[in-house]
Design a protein around this ligand. Structure first.
Ligand code: ZN
Length: 328
């Protein structure tokens, strides 16, 4: 992994890396943008670049190695949904009394703390900000820079006021990232103490370049028709049903759906092929980011390879179903 793996927003990424190069990285950064624009991915990459033990340079700007202990441990937080689910599960396992006292965090590196909104209200709570205050003034143990990433900007009132106090006097060795779909919901005083970097959805040229490079088989096919086929196929499909051709058609159709999700995610709904299920696809696109679509298409490729090795079709399709479940 390196900054070259980040899709879209090249100019913004360039600006951020340039500030790293000049040792001018701000103490509070707001990354704003729609779901799927890569806010979290970029924040983790910057956390790695701030703390890489063997930093590299690409295009004349600082980059991270992705291999050293700091890079690897920070990258373990990459699957935010999975880490969040683990944290929720751990809390569920506690005694009732402790449950109430315990706030959710994701932490895979001692100096990098990720603060997700706390369920059931799904808001950042004052006890979470307290943890930030308790730790932020201590020099990092294994990193150069303490990093805090708030993954959402929905703060309880008291939590927002506490955060403001930290932002008034942040220590030299700490960086706070605030990720937001709507920075307008942050206190104006928090915004004014932070540097705001808007991230646009991944532009369509970039999606097409990516597709041409990684998925040449996704060439634009005839508009329409595909979806009708999909429903015919799923209706008649039974585990172990005969017909390799049928499964292959299903896979092709799934590819076309992923492709549509990609277009919706990049803000170009006019390129969607399966137009009659566009509203369902739009809902899916809200929870499927670029990385997820890339992973899903890799899984599809695995199924295809599995078929070639004559694995049980039903088995590989079941595992694909599990992989795709996350979007629904
Ligand atoms: Zn590294």
């Amino acid at each position: 992994m390196s900054f070259s793996d980040f899709h879209g927003n090249a100019e913004t990424v360039h600006r951020l890396r340039d500030m790293l190069a000049r040792n001018r990285f701000p103490h509070a950064v707001i990354l704003s943008g729609a779901r799927g624009s890569g806010k979290y991915t970029l924040a983790l990459m910057l956390a790695q670049a701030l703390n890489c033990l063997t930093p590299t340079e690409t295009d004349g700007l600082p980059d991270f190695c992705g291999q050293c202990a700091n890079c690897r441990r920070i990258a373990q937080s990459g699957d935010l949904d999975a880490r969040f689910a683990e944290a929720v599960e751990t809390r569920e396992g506690l005694r009732e009394a402790d449950k109430k006292e315990t706030r959710l965090f994701v932490q895979t590196h001692p100096d990098v703390l990720i603060i997700p909104p706390d369920p059931p209200q799904m808001m950042i709570k004052v006890d979470q900000v307290r943890r930030v205050i308790e730790t932020i003034y201590y020099r990092p143990a294994e990193a150069r820079e303490r990093v805090y990433i708030f993954t959402d900007s929905a703060f309880m009132k008291e939590a927002a006021n506490s955060l403001l106090k930290v932002l008034e006097e942040p220590p030299e060795f700490a960086t706070i990232f605030l990720l937001s779909e709507n920075p307008g919901e942050l206190l104006p005083t928090i915004r004014s103490r932070s540097m705001v970097f808007p991230l646009a959805a991944v532009p369509v040229e970039e999606v097409e370049r990516y597709l041409a490079e990684h998925r040449p088989e996704w060439k634009q096919s005839q508009r329409g028709g595909e979806h009708t086929q999909l429903f015919k196929i799923t209706e008649s499909y039974r585990p172990g049903a005969e017909g390799r051709e049928k499964t292959e058609r299903l896979l092709r159709t799934l590819y076309s759906l992923l492709r549509d999700l990609m277009f919706l995610g990049s803000g170009t709904p006019e390129l969607v092929q399966n137009t009659d299920i566009q509203s369902q696809l739009t809902r899916m696109a809200e929870t499927a980011d670029f990385d997820w679509i890339a992973t899903a298409s890799d899984r599809l490729a695995e199924v295809e390879r599995g078929m070639r090795r004559n694995l049980l079709r039903s088995l590989s399709l079941d595992s694909l179903g599990l992989a795709l479940e996350r979007t629904t």
